[in-house]
Write a protein that binds this ligand. Structure first.
Ligand SMILES: Nc1ncnc2c1ncn2[C@@H]1O[C@H](COP(=O)(O)OP(=O)(O)OP(=O)(O)O)[C@@H](O)[C@H]1O
Ligand SMILES: [Mg+2]
Length: 116
């Protein structure tokens, strides 16, 4: 995880355990962009809820997209012979998880983690 990303998470006062989970999620989303879309971007932002703060991570690319999102979210499903634990893992680690994808146009994954 790059230094700037660590700074966002630390500034919000996340515990070191949560920072590790956030770092893992960012790393899995970045790895998917590199593996499947080659390029894309990851945006990090603080978010304010009514009585809590959190971090928003948006990973987006204009790669090949995912034709069956339900299948892609299943533990162990992989089109690259890998473990197939990235997306389902990120979903479990984060508090909110949203994925949109259009074949041939790209994929966007938005996740949030609230400070406990
Ligand atoms: N950004 C993306 N663009 C296109 N397809 C994607 C993208 N991210 C995930 N996928 C598809 O969803 C499948 C599941 O992704 P996931 O990250 O869960 O597993 P994996 O990358 O195959 O393996 P692992 O992450 O465990 O090494 C991938 O095999 C791939 O087919
Ligand atoms: Mg992956």
């Amino acid at each position: 995880m790059a230094a700037d990303e660590v700074r966002v998470a630390i500034k919000l006062g996340f515990s070191s355990g949560d920072i590790t989970l956030i770092a893992t999620a960012i790393s899995e989303l970045a790895r998917n962009i590199l593996s499947y879309a080659r390029q894309g971007e990851i945006l990090l932002r603080t978010v304010d809820g009514s009585n809590r703060t959190g971090i928003l991570i948006v990973a987006s690319d204009e790669g090949p997209g995912i034709s069956d999102i339900r299948q892609a979210l299943r533990d162990g499903f992989s089109t690259s012979g890998s473990l197939g634990m990235g997306l389902p893992g990120v979903r479990r680690l984060m508090d909110e998880f949203e994925i949109t994808s259009e074949p041939m146009h790209g994929t966007t994954v938005k996740v949030k983690k609230w400070k406990q």
